[in-house]
Design a protein around this ligand. Structure first.
Ligand code: ADP
Ligand code: MG
Length: 275
């Protein structure tokens, strides 16, 4: 196993009286995908916002490359190589691919007051970086980002982060809103980022997606790590049960059967079912 690039030790995060993260310790390693699993509200987004400098932990410590680190904000974390890609890629639909690739880091030609955005060069670099990443359907940097599919936008954002030297790539539910084919495409790109030696933190509540790319898994329940294991150590059923908060699918089925027996074979009705 590689040496961790990021180490979290006993991280807690509270918002006023609300404790959202409780005693989180995790190692994040280069060339590995860490899947952060957990139901809605488990604290996944809060954890990655803490990792990416959006929140300061209430207590606990973080180390990067073996030295203590406390991010002053998202820009600080990003300057140190921590890139976060949000759902939908966080890109700008009305921008061209070439321009969106260079937002904040535009290459220029000329100098002084005559500096202008070099569209042709930007497009060449962007398209090459994207194609090198295995996204061969994008060949024109003048196309608008808004014309790309959800999966292509995610992939563009990932390729961009890698191109500009990200070391840790954080993906918050990148496949949640995608169809099967597009999700598969994003998972391939995640594997490529890992192959290039990045540490990837992949957040999802889809166990199949996690199992397709994960080397290391952590399950969050109510802000605490309920399980921390490596590839091959648990089955899909075990992971699903863990995410359901320890209530196994078998227990749930038994409950439903019990209900049917006492209600003339009728299945349970939803509390708020429309009448
Ligand atoms: N800024 C905040 N202030 C108060 N509570 C928050 C705040 N952010 C998140 N929470 C609470 O923390 C819990 C975890 O939220 P979140 O990290 O978004 O979970 P997840 O991403 O796993 O769905 C939720 O109960 C949410 O309401
Ligand atoms: Mg979330």
């Amino acid at each position: 196993m590689s040496t961790p690039i990021l180490k979290l030790r006993n991280i807690c995060k509270s918002f006023g009286p609300i404790d959202v993260l409780n005693d989180i310790s995790l190692d994040i390693r280069p060339g590995e995908v860490l899947c952060l699993l957990g139901d809605n509200g488990a604290g996944k987004s809060t954890l990655i916002k803490t990792l990416s400098g959006v929140y300061t932990p209430t207590s606990g410590t973080m180390e990067m490359d073996g030295a203590p680190v406390a991010f002053t904000g998202p820009r600080d974390a990003s300057n140190r190589g921590i890139a976060t890609v949000h759902q939908f890629g966080g890109t700008f639909p009305l921008m061209t691919i070439g321009r969106s690739f260079f937002v904040g880091v535009e290459p220029t030609k000329g100098w002084g007051p005559f500096k202008v955005f070099d569209r042709k060069r930007a497009n060449e670099i962007a398209v090459k970086a994207i194609r090198d990443f295995g996204i061969t359907r994008i060949d024109d940097g003048d196309r608008l980002v808004g014309g790309l599919s959800g999966g292509e936008r995610q992939s563009l954002a990932i390729a961009r982060a890698v191109h500009f030297g990200a070391k840790v790539l954080i993906l918050d539910e990148p496949t949640a809103a995608l169809g099967v084919k597009q999700a598969t495409h994003v998972l391939r790109i995640v594997n490529e980022a890992k192959r290039r030696g990045l540490a990837v933190v992949f957040i999802t509540h889809q166990v199949m997606h996690a199992m397709a790319v994960g080397d290391h898994f952590a399950v969050l329940i109510r802000g605490a790590i309920a399980a921390d294991f490596r590839k091959g150590e648990k089955t899909r059923e075990e992971i699903t049960d863990l995410m359901a908060g320890g209530e196994t699918m078998a227990d749930l089925e038994a409950q439903i059967d019990g209900y049917r027996q006492t209600h003339d074979g009728h299945p349970p009705q939803l509390a708020n079912a429309a009448v």
